[in-house]
Design a protein around this ligand. Structure first.
Ligand code: SF4
Length: 282
């Protein structure tokens, strides 16, 4: 039914749902956004036309800078309540606006006090706001923390090779995000409480993006998304389900750089994904 509403009304409903979700979490006010903060949280999008369209989108950010209104409806479904595929889809322009609102929240987040102190910036995610596939990694590393974009170091180059040379699609056709939005010092593994703090952000990103497929790169992404302790070796080679999204688990590109013999296993996983997507596999 929501699919038939005008885009501006649908966007308003999404924002209302976010506000209601924040209210339930105990938030009553949101910080006023400075001009420099607005620049810092600009969403990277896949195509110039979408970026241009976003610039003319309704001014959504100011609407959340005031105290929350006393009544907001309808309430947002809680994570896990409903398959993402069953929820009304947003057109690309609305997705860009919804991602911008969420990215603003992430940029201001200090839930993990230590990470908030040591990060250069948060690393939200990048790519096509209407992706068929999302790739999900672990956490920003040194290069990602400096540049504010996931998978831009050596591991990122290997991921690009997997996507572009292996799958034959452009990197900006997919969306790439991490489980954690802040870099753990010295690239240590994220702590459980940090992942728990940040989980709501990737859940909401996936709610907006609604991909058909999600590729978990490495154990941190796979175990946290699927809420399991099983190893990548046990989880790979089959599809899992996350709220109606088909999930494939494979090795993290950083692991593959250290263990090149396992590249063949990842290529087998990617071929399985491509076949399921109806893509040609050479
Ligand atoms: S890791 Fe996530 S939850 Fe923790 S401070 Fe960064 S954005 Fe906030």
């Amino acid at each position: 039914m929501d699919d038939q509403l005008p885009p501006a009304i649908r966007l308003r409903k999404v924002l209302q749902q976010r506000l209601e979700s924040l209210r339930r979490a105990g938030v009553t006010h949101l910080p006023r956004q400075s001009a420099s903060a607005g620049k810092a949280v600009e969403v990277a999008t896949a195509s110039p036309s979408i970026t241009t369209a976003a610039a003319t989108a309704p001014p959504v950010a100011p609407a959340i800078h005031e105290p929350l209104p006393p009544t907001i409806e309808p309430p947002a479904p809680q994570p896990g309540e409903q398959d993402i595929a069953e929820r009304p889809s947003l057109p690309p322009l609305d997705r860009v606006a919804a991602l911008r609102v969420l990215q603003t929240e992430v940029a201001a987040c200090t839930c993990c006090a230590n990470l908030a102190k040591t990060r250069t910036q948060t690393v939200f995610g990048v790519g096509n706001p209407h992706p068929r596939i999302v790739f999900m990694g672990e956490a920003p590393g040194y290069d990602e923390d400096k540049q504010g974009e996931p998978f831009v170091g050596a591991a990122g180059q290997l991921l690009t090779k997997i996507i572009e040379s292996g799958m034959g699609i452009r990197r900006d056709e997919v969306y790439i995000l991490n489980t954690l939005k802040c870099r753990p010092p010295n690239n240590r593994n994220p702590e459980p409480d940090e992942v728990a703090n940040c989980r709501g952000f990737f859940e909401q990103q996936l709610d907006i993006l609604r991909p058909e497929y999600l590729v978990c790169l490495g154990a941190v992404a796979a175990q946290n998304l699927l809420e399991t302790k099983q190893s990548v070796g046990k989880l790979r080679g089959q599809f899992h389900d996350y709220r109606g999204i088909k999930v494939l688990v494979t090795y993290h590109p950083a692991y593959l750089l250290r263990n090149p013999d396992d590249k063949r296993k990842t290529w087998d996983d990617i071929k399985m994904l491509m076949r399921d997507m109806g893509m040609d596999v050479k």
